[in-house]
Design a binder for this molecule. Structure first.
Ligand code: RM4
Ligand code: MN
Ligand code: MN
Length: 366
C-alpha cells in the first residue's frame, strides 16, 4: 500500500494572498486579509490532502508584532512553519539591487533584514532561510559584474556567520526577471559556487519556473543531490517563463521525471511556489498537492532494479520503457486510499467544492 506520510509539501502563505500580473490584480472574494487567515487557508489545504503540513512564510509580507502568537496560531491548526523567505525586492532602496547594490548603506540594510529573518525563524521554529534575490542589471555596462558578485559574497558571508546551528540557507536562482540583462544568481552553477563559498549549510534551491526553455531540470536535481547541495525545490508549472501555474498542469511527465530523481536521493525540502491570478486559490493549491501526490506515487512505482539491469545491459529503450510503465499507471485510486489513511479526503478537490468553505470565507472575510 502506498504511504504518503513521508511526502511533506510546504504551501506558500503568498499563494493564498492577492496576486496578479503587471496588468491587473483581480481580488477574489473570501481572500485572506492577514497572515492568520492565510494560515487558515493553508490548514484547510492540509485537512483535505494530508500532505501540506507546513507553511512557508515571506517577510515583511507576513510580519506581525507577536511571533509567539503567530506560532501558536500555526501549531493550533496542526501546521508547522516551513522556510522563512526574506523579501529583498520591494523596498524602494532596492531599485538597483539589495546585497549587490553599489551603495554600501543599501547592502547593510539588506543584510540587516536577512539577519532579522534569522531571528524570526528562530522564534517560529523554522529551520531554513530561503533566499531569492531580484538583484541584477538591465543594461550592459550598468554595473560591474565582478564587483556585484564580490558584494554578493561579502554580504551573504555576514549573514551566514550568524546563521543559527539549526538553520540552513537555501539559495534560489532565476534566469531573468525582474532584471533583464544579467541576473546576479542566474543559474544553478552560480548558486552552487555561492553555496560552496559560504559553507556546508548553504544549499541550492531549484524553482521549476526559473530556467530557459528546454533545460533538463531533473538532471540538475541529480547533479546537485550527488554533490550534497540540493536544499529544496519550488513547484509550479509554466508554458513560457516563470508562469507560476498549478503544479503538473502543463507538463506532468517532466514532473514525474523530477520526482523520480528527488525520490532517488531522499526528498529535500519541497515547497509550492505559485501565484494564482484567475483560478480559485485554495482549490488551485489542493489540485497542486493532488498532482504532486500522484507524481510521487508514480516515481515510487518505478522498478529501480529492473531499470539498473537494462541500463547495465546497454538497452537504450529498455530503461525508457521501465519509466513509462510507472508513468502510465493510473495511481488515482491508490492515492485516494493513501490520503484516507492519513485522515484526509479521498477526493480533495470535490470535497473542497462540496464543503462550502469558499462561500463561508467570502461571507466571513468581507
Ligand atoms: C520569485 C521566486 C521566489 C518567491 C517570489 C515571490 O520569483 O520564485 O521563490 O519567493 O517569486
Ligand atoms: Mn521560487
Ligand atoms: Mn518564481
Amino acid at each position: 500500500m502506498l504511504d504518503l506520510s513521508k511526502l511533506v509539501i510546504e504551501t506558500p502563505s503568498w499563494g493564498y494572498a492577492d496576486s496578479g500580473t503587471r496588468f491587473a490584480v483581480f481580488a477574489q472574494p473570501g481572500r485572506p486579509r492577514d497572515v492568520f487567515e492565510r494560515i487558515d487557508d493553508a490548514a484547510e489545504v492540509h485537512r483535505l490532502t494530508g500532505t501540506a503540513g507546513a507553511v512557508a512564510l515571506h517577510f515583511p509580507w507576513d510580519a506581525v508584532d507577536d511571533y509567539g502568537a503567530l506560532r501558536e496560531h500555526i501549531e493550533a491548526r496542526g501546521l508547522k512553519v516551513g522556510a522563512v523567505n526574506p523579501n529583498l525586492f520591494q523596498d524602494y532602496d532596492y531599485k538597483l539591487g539589495s546585497v549587490t547594490h553599489p551603495d554600501a548603506r543599501v547592502r547593510e540594510k539588506a543584510v540587516a533584514h536577512l539577519v532579522e529573518c534569522l531571528g524570526i525563524a528562530a522564534d517560529l521554529g523554522s529551520t531554513a532561510q530561503s533566499l531569492w534575490l531580484a538583484d541584477g542589471t538591465n543594461y550592459p555596462g550598468q554595473d560591474d559584474l565582478r564587483a556585484r558578485r564580490q558584494r554578493l559574497h561579502e554580504s551573504l558571508s555576514q549573514v551566514y556567520a550568524q546563521l543559527p546551528g539549526d538553520q540552513e540557507l537555501l539559495v534560489e536562482y532565476k534566469l531573468f526577471e525582474p532584471a533583464f540583462y544579467a541576473t546576479d544568481l542566474a543559474d544553478w552553477g552560480s548558486a552552487l559556487l555561492t553555496c560552496q563559498k559560504l559553507g556546508d549549510r548553504a544549499r541550492v534551491l531549484i524553482d521549476l519556473g526559473h530556467h530557459a526553455q528546454g533545460v533538463n531540470i531533473e538532471q540538475i536535481v541529480a547533479l546537485l543531490d550527488a554533490e550534497g547541495r540540493l536544499g529544496g525545490f519550488h513547484f509550479n508549472n509554466r508554458k513560457y517563463a516563470d508562469d507560476d501555474l498549478i503544479v503538473g498542469s502543463v507538463n506532468p511527465f517532466e514532473l514525474f521525471l523530477i520526482f523520480f530523481e528527488l525520490a532517488e536521493g531522499g526528498l529535500p525540502r519541497l515547497t509550492i511556489d505559485q501565484s494564482h491570478n484567475v483560478e480559485a486559490k485554495v482549490e488551485a493549491m489542493v489540485l497542486s498537492i493532488v498532482n504532486l501526490q500522484e507524481a510521487y506515487a508514480k516515481a515510487l512505482l518505478v522498478d529501480r532494479d529492473a531499470l539498473r539491469a537494462v541500463q547495465e545491459a546497454g538497452d537504450v529503450l529498455g530503461g525508457h520503457e521501465v519509466l513509462l510503465d510507472a508513468y502510465r499507471t493510473d495511481v488515482r485510486e491508490v492515492c485516494a486510499r493513501a490520503r484516507v489513511a492519513l485522515g484526509a479526503e479521498e477526493n480533495p478537490v470535490a470535497a473542497h467544492r462540496e464543503s462550502g468553505y469558499k462561500a463561508r470565507m467570502a461571507a466571513e472575510r468581507s
